[in-house]
Design a protein around this ligand. Structure first.
Ligand code: PEP
Ligand code: MG
Length: 296
């Protein structure tokens, strides 16, 4: 079976109507690029930048970040690489940021919330991303969005960064901006968010825990922590409808994106990008190919 699946490495899955389904990889470091390419990733749908910030005794410089994002972009060109801005909270402390003591870190100061409160850190990352965007295939997405103002404030910061880079004569380019849909609030305002951004990426790992009110790390409530629960599937469908109606790309980067049993439902909802751990890619491509062969 292994050989049958390697046959899918260079295969671009398309539906019967010709729609390409981008099967991409979730990775967290440049070291994982080879495995992703080997598995057949057609780009990166989620580059987690946390490791870059956790690895060192100090926060990564703008130059170091720009080099990392550029190396990622070059490795996958012409396919897109979606870099997620820093998604860190009190559960994963890092040197250089002081986190408050929180009773519920998963409901606390993390992701876009922390970044907007620390524009020094956030702008360094946004400037690095604007610089890497000269490669033409970099996209950026924001984690843990729950309010439209978070997107608008980020756009203002991006404008500021671009103006600074202009004044400094540093080469840079604009990138498409997306949001992760991983809070119930984001699902409920998806039609509004869709007018403000270029794409959605559904983060089913967090979306499931927040919709079901069941901690993703707590084995006692693991049964409730199920993407296939009708409540979660309904949230995914609402998100997809809002994105499709607004004419923006809707993808998914939670682990559910690689589940062969759910892929047909996601495709029926209108998702055109599925990003997953490299190990899940061959089987997901095969599932889409089978679906297309059956007329789907
Ligand atoms: C998610 O929440 O589904 C996701 C992809 O992000 P992470 O697992 O890094 O929280
Ligand atoms: Mg998440």
């Amino acid at each position: 079976e292994r050989d049958a699946l390697t046959a899918f490495r260079d295969f671009t899955p398309k539906l019967a109507d010709g729609t390409v389904i981008e099967v991409a990889a979730n990775i967290g470091s440049l070291e994982e690029i080879d495995a992703a390419v080997e598995a057949g990733a057609l780009g990166v749908g989620l580059f987690r930048t946390e490791l870059l910030f956790m690895r060192h005794m100090h926060l990564p410089s703008e130059d170091m970040q720009a080099e990392t994002y550029s190396a990622l972009a070059r490795a996958f060109a012409p396919h897109a690489v979606i870099v997620r801005t820093l998604d860190i909270g009190g559960d994963k402390p890092i040197a250089g940021i002081e986190f408050p003591e929180e009773e519920n870190p998963f409901l606390g100061w993390r992701g876009i919330r922390m970044c907007l409160d620390r524009p020094d850190i956030f702008k360094r990352q946004l400037r690095a991303l604007l610089r890497a965007a000269v490669h033409g295939n970099v996209k950026v997405m924001l984690p843990m969005v729950s309010d439209i103002e978070e997107v608008r404030r980020t756009k203002t910061l991006i404008e500021e960064c671009a103006a600074e880079l202009n004044a400094e004569g540093v080469p840079h380019a604009r990138f498409p901006l997306g949001v992760m849909i991983e809070t119930p609030a984001a699902v409920l305002i998806a039609p509004v968010l869709a007018r403000e951004v270029d794409f959605f990426s559904i983060g089913t790992n967090d979306l499931t825990q927040y919709i079901m009110a069941a901690d993703r790390l707590n084995p006692t409530v693991a049964k409730l922590n199920d993407v296939a629960n009708p409540a979660v599937m309904s949230a995914i469908e609402m998100t997809a409808r809002a994105g499709v109606e607004a004419g923006i790309m809707v993808g998914m980067c939670g682990e559910a994106a690689g589940r062969p049993d759910l892929i047909p439902a996601f495709i029926r909802m209108g998702l055109t990008e599925l990003s997953m751990s490299p190990a899940s890619i061959p089987r997901a491509k095969k599932r889409i190919a089978d679906l297309a062969a059956a007329g789907g």
